[in-house]
Design a protein around this ligand. Structure first.
Ligand code: NAD
Length: 345
């Protein structure tokens, strides 16, 4: 039986822990803010070591969703869910149904979407227990995988950053190093090739790197080298924490702009290290909002104007980078300032 416990966490509206030991279900939903509207964010399934580790992750991710929605001008708040478990082995229909029941217990305060370890088909199963789900497949009334929209937004942001750094937004013949050619990285690579860019790639999964080599004539480099190859733009599209005290001195790109969430290992220190190296960073939650935009515009607002919302990412990136230069502050600090102004905290 599903047991739900609510935790009091400073700065968060709701934190609900759901457990059903008999079904091997253990999940947490964190609602950071509903000031601008219901909170929306993905469900991540990951083999966290314990509840403490899962709680840390879900709080950090929910907070970032608030900022992402606010800076994108969307009238939704930030929330996130995590399921503790290995998605390859422990993702059963029962687990997904229990997740649906946990979401439903919040009565629309949290609207789910997909994140790592969850695919649109899983959301179809979740939606059998709650209507507060976005990103299900078309047959289930959803708008499906948001990765292409995310990649389109990343491209817009790269163009804006190129305008600021190189004086032209033209990506023709620019060298872009993509770390991770999964959902976002693959769609991004396809768009960049259409814009004439030359690609260097690395991926943990050999066959994905090989596919990029075949499709784009991309140069494949080892995982340990991708962030330090000479390039115009380094695009982290795999995991968080890739910008840190070890990697930042090794970077040889002029711009860092990619879809991965939480790219800095230490958000207090590392944005300043990068700025001191004169490398322009485009804050991840500004750049990778395209997927969220798709879900909100199509499934919450029931409108079709996704492209014009995604185009706005270009304007926001320009604003963030301009204010960053003017105030001599890292772009992430400027973006946080703008987002918090919009949330009204
Ligand atoms: P994904 O799992 O489809 O792709 C990630 C890829 O990175 C995989 O191919 C994986 O093999 C590779 N990888 C893992 N570790 C690596 C390493 N050390 N070096 C190089 N490659 C490595 O995930 P995704 O949906 O493409 O998301 C990528 C990132 O973008 C994540 O941080 C995610 O949170 C973020 N993001 C995704 C979306 C979206 O719409 N999918 C939206 C916003 C943010």
């Amino acid at each position: 039986m599903l047991e739900i416990k609510h935790l009091k966490v400073k700065g968060f509206e709701t934190v609900a822990v759901g457990k059903d030991p008999a079904a091997n279900f253990h999940a947490i939903i964190a609602v950071h803010s509903t000031r601008l509207g219901p909170s929306l964010g993905g469900i991540r399934m990951w083999p966290y070591k314990n509840e403490k580790e899962a709680l840390q992750d879900v709080l950090r991710l929910a907070n970032a969703m608030s900022k992402k929605a606010a800076i994108s001008g969307l009238q939704v708040g930030g929330g996130k869910a995590v399921i503790i478990g290995n998605p390859e082995k422990e993702k059963t229909p029962t687990v997904l149904h229990l997740m649906g029941a946990l979401i439903d217990s919040l009565k629309g305060q949290y609207i789910a979407a997909k994140d790592s370890g969850i695919v649109p088909e899983d959301l179809n199963v979740v939606s059998e227990k709650t209507r507060h789900v976005t990103g299900t497949t078309g047959k289930h009334g959803g708008s499906g995988d948001p990765s292409l929209s995310t990649a389109k937004g990343v491209l817009k942001g790269m163009q804006a950053a190129s305008q600021v750094v190189f004086g032209s937004q033209n990506l023709n013949n620019r060298v872009v190093a993509i770390q991770g050619v999964g959902h976002v990285g693959w769609n991004l690579g396809n768009l960049l090739v259409k814009h004439g860019a030359n690609l260097i790639v690395a991926d943990l999964q050999q066959e994905r790197a090989a596919r990029a080599q075949r499709a784009w004539k991309a140069e494949v480099v080892p995982l340990s080298r991708i962030h330090r190859v000479p390039a115009d733009i380094f695009a982290p599209c795999a995991l968080g924490g890739v910008l840190n005290a070890k990697t930042i001195p090794q970077l040889r790109a002029s711009i860092v702009a990619g879809g991965a969430n939480n790219q800095f290992l230490d958000e207090e220190r590392d944005p300043y290290l990068l700025m001191r190296r004169n490398i322009v960073h485009v804050p991840d939650y500004v750049l990778n909002a395209g997927g969220l935009i798709q879900l909100v515009v199509r499934e919450v607002l029931h409108q079709r104007r996704v492209a014009s919302w995604i185009n706005n990412i270009q304007r926001t990136v320009r604003q963030v980078l301009t204010e960053s230069l003017r105030d001599n502050l890292p772009p992430l600090i400027v973006a946080n300032r703008l987002a918090l102004e919009k949330i009204g905290t």
